[in-house]
Design a protein around this ligand. Structure first.
Ligand code: NAD
Length: 333
């Protein structure tokens, strides 16, 4: 129903219903690694809740899924880790028109045209790696953004994650732990042969595999990593997102090779099309492209909400069966 025609009572009922429903889906997804609905179903309900809450802000509660970074940190029995700088989620858009609206807001807030760094959105789970003098000393999950789980022993079993960097730097690197498609297929085959429920997707499989109490179990799952963020760029002497990725490579951290810098949003169409079309050929899952304002000073000026940075946005791919529809849309700026 059109939001403009809702009475306050109708809106309240729908908002509270969606908040409860999405909270239940979040528990199944983040804590049990076993989603109850497909992501695009969740995303559509989430977008409706965002729109309803914007029209009726009096019903936005602190525990609404729109105000919290979703993630498990209570159930698995792993020790807890506090994140001094919160680990945030990302806002998302589902069309080029919505991406253009985001860019209009961004340019207006900054007062000029920023450069953008585009990266693939890796379908895994966020990880924080703490390095002291170049040595890996702790690994933790995002959890609810403020408190995550200590998965150090498990991350030590992942070959791609360096235990020792090439320089004695002290800082926290953030990125994504993912399960390559081939490992995912093999794991699900084994689970089915054992009479266990298969994982719904590589992201849930990666999360379930990383959040094991027994690190030997994680080791068998062939997880991998791509790193893409630090809250402490000064510690490694970088001032832009593209520079950070190069510096990570120098330090020996695994990074995705497909990032690209654009002078303006009007030029990003072919990149989005290229990866929408080639996502199936990649050996790991991606569920979109992340557009980031490249300069860190501009990122600081734009800031964050309680849940997402304002300087980045995820352009989400359509569910596989609708893909061709979006590929045909032309960039019109
Ligand atoms: P998200 O996964 O959409 O986006 C944020 C995350 O993207 C970051 O935390 C980071 O881990 C990751 N990421 C990957 N590549 C990145 C890159 N290059 N740069 C920066 N970040 C990158 O957000 P979320 O809040 O973690 O989860 C929401 C998503 O989970 C939605 O897609 C939703 O469909 C799904 N979900 C599904 C259900 C369900 O029941 N099916 C329930 C809850 C959430």
């Amino acid at each position: 129903k059109d939001i403009k025609t809702l009475t306050t009572d109708e809106a309240k009922k729908e908002i509270l219903g969606l908040q409860d429903e999405l909270t239940d889906y979040g528990i199944a997804y983040y804590e049990k690694d076993a989603p109850l609905v497909e992501d695009h179903v969740y995303d559509a309900k989430y977008a409706r809740l965002v729109a309803l809450e914007a029209a009726f802000p009096q019903f936005v509660t602190q525990d609404s899924p729109t105000q919290n970074v979703g993630g498990a940190q209570t159930k698995s029995g792993l020790p807890k880790v506090q994140h001094p700088v919160p680990m945030l989620s990302l806002g998302d858009v589902f069309s080029l028109d919505e991406l253009q609206e985001w860019e209009d807001r961004t340019k207006k807030a900054l007062g000029f045209q920023p450069k953008y760094n585009l990266e693939l959105k890796i379908d895994g789970l966020a990880i924080n790696l703490k390095y002291e003098q170049g040595k890996l000393v702790q690994a933790s999950t995002r959890g609810n953004g403020l408190i995550g789980e200590d998965v150090t022993a498990n991350v030590f079993t992942i070959n791609d994650v360096p235990k020792q960097l090439k320089e004695a730097v002290t800082f926290e690197a953030r990125g994504e732990i993912y399960m390559p498609k081939a490992s995912f297929a093999k794991l699900n085959e084994e689970r089915e042969a054992d009479g266990q429920e298969p994982f719904a997707n590589p992201r849930n499989a990666a999360a379930g595999s990383l959040r094991q109490l027994d690190a030997n179990e994680t080791k068998k799952r062939n997880l991998s990593a791509f790193m893409y963020y630090t809250a402490e760029p000064d510690q490694i002497g970088v001032t832009t997102q593209s520079g950070l990725l190069e510096r990570f490579r120098e330090l020996g951290l695994p990074t995705n090779p497909d990032n690209r810098v654009f002078d303006k949003m009007a030029e990003v169409g072919p990149y989005l099309e290229e990866f929408t079309a080639s996502r199936d050929e990649l050996p790991y899952g991606i569920d979109g492209v992340v557009v980031k304002v490249n300069n860190f000073d501009d990122q600081v000026d734009l800031g964050n909400t309680v849940k997402v940075p304002r300087w980045a946005i995820a352009y989400k791919f359509p569910p596989e069966e609708e893909e061709t529809v979006v590929r045909d849309i032309e960039w019109t700026v």
